[in-house]
Write a protein that binds this ligand. Sequence first.
Ligand SMILES: Cc1cc2nc3c(=O)[nH]c(=O)nc-3n(C[C@H](O)[C@H](O)[C@H](O)COP(=O)(O)OP(=O)(O)OC[C@H]3O[C@@H](n4cnc5c(N)ncnc54)[C@H](O)[C@@H]3O)c2cc1C
Length: 477
Amino acid sequence: MTSERKPSRHPADPSWWLAEALAAEGNPAPAPALSGRLETDVVIVGGGYTGLWTALALKERSPATTVALIEAKLCGSGASGKNGGKVAGYWSSLGGMARAVGDDNALAIARMGTVAQDAIRNFATKPGRDVWWREDGSAAFSASRGQDGELADYIATADRLGVSDSVRLLSVGDVKALCNAPVLRAGVLFSEGATVQPARLARALRQAVLDAGVQIYENTAMTGLDRSSPNRVRTKAGEIIARDVVLATNAALASWPEIHRYVSVFSSFALMTEPAFEALAAHNWHKDLGLTDCRMFIHYFRKTPDGRVLMGSGSGPISLNANANRKALYEDDAAAARAERGLRRLLPAFADVPVAGSWGGPIEVSADRLPFFKTLPGTRVHYACGYSGHGVNPSYIGGQCLASLVLKRNDEWTSLALCTREPPHFPPEPFRYLGGNAIRWGIMTCEEADEAGVTASLSARFCAALPGLLGMKVGTR
Ligand SMILES: Cc1cc2nc3c(=O)[nH]c(=O)nc-3n(C[C@H](O)[C@H](O)[C@H](O)COP(=O)(O)OP(=O)(O)OC[C@H]3O[C@@H](n4cnc5c(N)ncnc54)[C@H](O)[C@@H]3O)c2cc1C
């Protein structure tokens, strides 16, 4: 088989991860759906990492606070149960963060990422929990001539900010010692970085939240919110009266009028191979690293303890009006094929390894690639949005920030720029959709030409140059 083969087709839902996690639990019945009226201090809407970490933080800091959580489907059925399972904070984002929020704020966020990494490790490795936590760091590799230049920025920024030990330049020899593949040229290694079975992590959090005394209602979507004092969350068969509401619905928030201007929605697609220990050995790939190339619309990849490789491509379609329900965000043959082409090109020993499953899902991308944790003005309704495809570690920070906002505490969490800054705006529709598509096409065309060793067309290069000319960011890197 070659890289020209047709993409493998698989049902998009549930992800390979969630199916594996539910099977490991013996496919339990969901928590009961809400029926009737409930009064509680806090209701959390959304049962992914953000909602679950918020619930745990609230019960840890204020045990007497009553907390309920409603989830439209199953806890972990959103991005938290389908991501790449690469867990790292913000050391690899220092350059972009410093430009967006200044050096001191960037360093404060990166240090909180390390606090989050420690807390997630403590949770994930508790005796009796098996969420496949492995921790050998994370690396970015240049996989074409045009990507080589990206690596120097990581080192220069870390040196400039006095945190040189967060990242190390990898020579060609170092790269081959970590993952020996012909197209991988050089790289950088961040000491912070782990991999996890993401759906197992979400399901373990769900259990911990139940154990902490939180009432969870699954198959219970919020159908309306009356912002008042107290607030009223409406569902199909009931309502919840609550002093505080936490909206942890991820990309679904992107179309809210107050949030819309700060985020754009596109999607990320991932595949899981069948086990292939020989292919891993052929690449000399033994360490449990989270890996990416240096494309703007990155490939991200990691291995699993049972010898599989997950390969993802952050190149799914953009959604008009940031609507997170569009079918193309979940099922897009072209994006799924890009993930598969990435696998066969980056890791040629996997050329003939079958794909066990592939899936996609929306990511809400903020204009500065940082999430924001805030309270809707004049209300006690708090929310998290803008993870920009990087949320496994940051959703712990989100949970702590949201708990502080609920408990009205000014602390080390709420003083982060993630809570205090006014995020930059995107242009209004339809310019954002049309412009975003033109730029996405230009960059993807140029990146593919670069990998093929040819020059892209003038029109592609012009579109790819637009963000630089307009001072905008695109892609997920
Ligand atoms: C394919 C893919 C790969 C990714 N890879 C990585 C990675 O390797 N590393 C990384 O750090 N990040 C990655 N991410 C991003 C990361 O998964 C997310 O940022 C993170 O999971 C967000 O968690 P969350 O709890 O905010 O959202 P979610 O997990 O999406 O949870 C939101 C929940 O809200 C529920 N909901 C929505 N609307 C309603 C409603 N009206 N009522 C009730 N419930 C509702 C949904 O069903 C969902 O369960 C990836 C994302 C995708 C899609």
